[in-house]
Ligand binder design. Structure first.
Ligand SMILES: [Zn+2]
Length: 463
């Protein structure tokens, strides 16, 4: 055996025995303050040097296990981690940490090709091998650099390495890990100006929004938003889902605090409906061309034999990623019937177009203003979605001859408009004044109620 290793083993055996007797005898309990401090400083020296040996030792075992020698297998272990566990009693996770740190301070290597690969942090490696820092110090110094090291110049990284290593020997006392980490974070942030530029470059290339192909009645949407777009969307979704800073929900006894939340939508469903609301509101924005962009064209295609509105499927052109006509159930057709353009296309049994009518179902800006003045917000009690986020709904639907007039139009939010049939709310006009009848689970009396600000007596809701 190498003489130095032999001698060190003997010295360590003595030191271990001495430490053991100090602990067993309880000497620390009674030693005076300066002796305790001085003793701990020396133990700290030993501790860091031992840690350095374990980190570098782990790297050596790994390297020799990967070579023809197969250090691990020839030592009856499955892998280098087990070698370290068996020899030191350390936990597998501790050995993994040594292994990770060993990789950070690999010495420069000569590759088979003759090329020399430099050590990544040669100065910090030296700080480790000389015991100026242990595993914790190495981790604190290098962790902030891990993310940026692949996109900063090697020369910049080498300088950071030297500044950090110099910090470990400025005083006689060991450097504190927090000090090292703070300095490393600051240096990394200085270098990461390049990182910020690169992130912006990646965002520029990676930004995307895609509509997929309709499956199971839904069109998947995928993409990646730049943070400012995501932020703007998130603010809008919040303001629609939460117009008064509290969760919107249909409540028929607004004063009764025991009323449980009756909006049963999940957050994801609310976000979906809020997006629908935003898209419906865009054409109403002051600078938008009238009828511009927001409402889809609905094509109701039927054969002469079944030329009866309400039967079968309709289609919306370009409503998914295929860019073609996408079949939609008639429930969606009703919704478009209030705010979009409808083409009734009738073909013969052989496919010839026999009739095409085009019907625009938009309330004019004047009609809209009048209806907003009357209804103020979504007419569904408890909804409170403000007028600017609402649509105008034909109470008597277009397929049943409903007119685009103020006496047949009410203010309603996208969510209640789109799913009004599913949710079993009924709406009627009483001499030009809207009235609603809630579903049985909200109001078992099934009475008709005036809407919005006109609500007076609120009937009891039974459990
Ligand atoms: Zn509503």
């Amino acid at each position: 055996m190498n003489n130095t290793m032999e001698r060190t083993r003997e010295t360590m055996a003595h030191a271990v025995a001495d430490l053991r007797s100090i602990l067993v005898s309880g000497t620390l309990d009674t030693a005076d303050r300066d002796d305790v401090l001085g003793f701990l400083v020396e133990v700290g020296d030993l501790y860091r040097q031992v840690e350095a040996t374990l980190v570098i030792g782990t790297g050596v075992i790994e390297k020799r296990s990967a070579s023809a020698e197969r250090f691990d297998v020839s030592s009856d272990c499955r892998n280098p981690n087990e070698v370290m566990q068996r020899t030191t009693g350390a936990a597998p996770t501790t050995v993994k940490r040594w292994s990770r740190l060993a990789a950070v301070v690999k010495p420069k290597r000569t590759l088979a090709s003759g090329e020399v690969r430099p050590a990544e942090f040669p100065a910090l490696r030296e700080a480790l091998t000389t015991g100026a820092i242990g595993a914790d110090g190495l981790e604190a110094a290098t962790r902030p650099l891990r993310e940026i090291k692949n996109h900063v110049k090697p020369a910049d990284l080498a300088e950071v390495d030297q500044v950090l290593a110099a910090m470990t020997t400025t005083t006689g006392a060991p450097v504190m890990c927090d000090t090292l980490r703070d300095l490393s974070l600051r240096l990394a942030a200085d270098l990461d100006i390049t990182g910020a530029e690169m992130e912006e470059e990646k965002a520029f290339r990676g930004r995307a929004l895609r509509l997929g192909i309709k499956r199971n009645g839904l069109v998947p949407i995928t993409g990646q938003l730049v943070p400012d777009v995501a932020g703007a969307l998130s603010v809008l979704l919040d303001s629609i889902n939460n117009p008064h800073g509290q969760p919107a929900g249909v409540k028929f006894r607004p004063t009764d605090e025991s009323d449980e939340e009756t909006d049963v939508r999940s957050m994801a469903q609310r976000n979906h409906d809020a997006l629908g609301t935003i898209l419906a509101a865009v054409p109403n924005a002051p600078d938008m061309p009238l009828n511009g962009g927001g409402a889809p064209v609905l094509v109701i295609h039927s054969t002469e034999d079944t030329a009866h509105a309400g039967e079968g499927w309709a289609s919306i052109p370009g409503a998914d990623g295929t860019g073609t006509d996408v079949p939609v159930p008639f429930a969606a057709a009703k919704h478009v019937g209030c705010c979009g353009t409808i083409q009734h296309l009738t073909t013969s049994a052989t496919g010839r177009i026999v009739k095409l009518t085009i019907d625009k179902r938009f309330f004019s800006p004047d009609q809209r203003r009048a209806i907003i003045a009357r209804d103020r917000s979504c007419v569904i009690p408890g909804c409170h979605t403000p007028a600017r986020w609402c649509e105008i709904h034909h109470v008597t639907e277009w397929s049943k001859g409903g007119q685009t007039t103020t006496d047949n139009g009410i203010l309603i939010c996208w969510h209640h408009h789109r799913f009004i049939d599913r949710m079993n709310w009924d709406i009627r006009m009483d001499n030009g004044v809207p009235e609603v009848r809630p579903p049985g689970w909200v109001d078992p009396t099934q009475a008709w109620h005036p809407t919005g600000p006109r609500i007076a007596a609120t009937p009891k809701r039974h459990a």
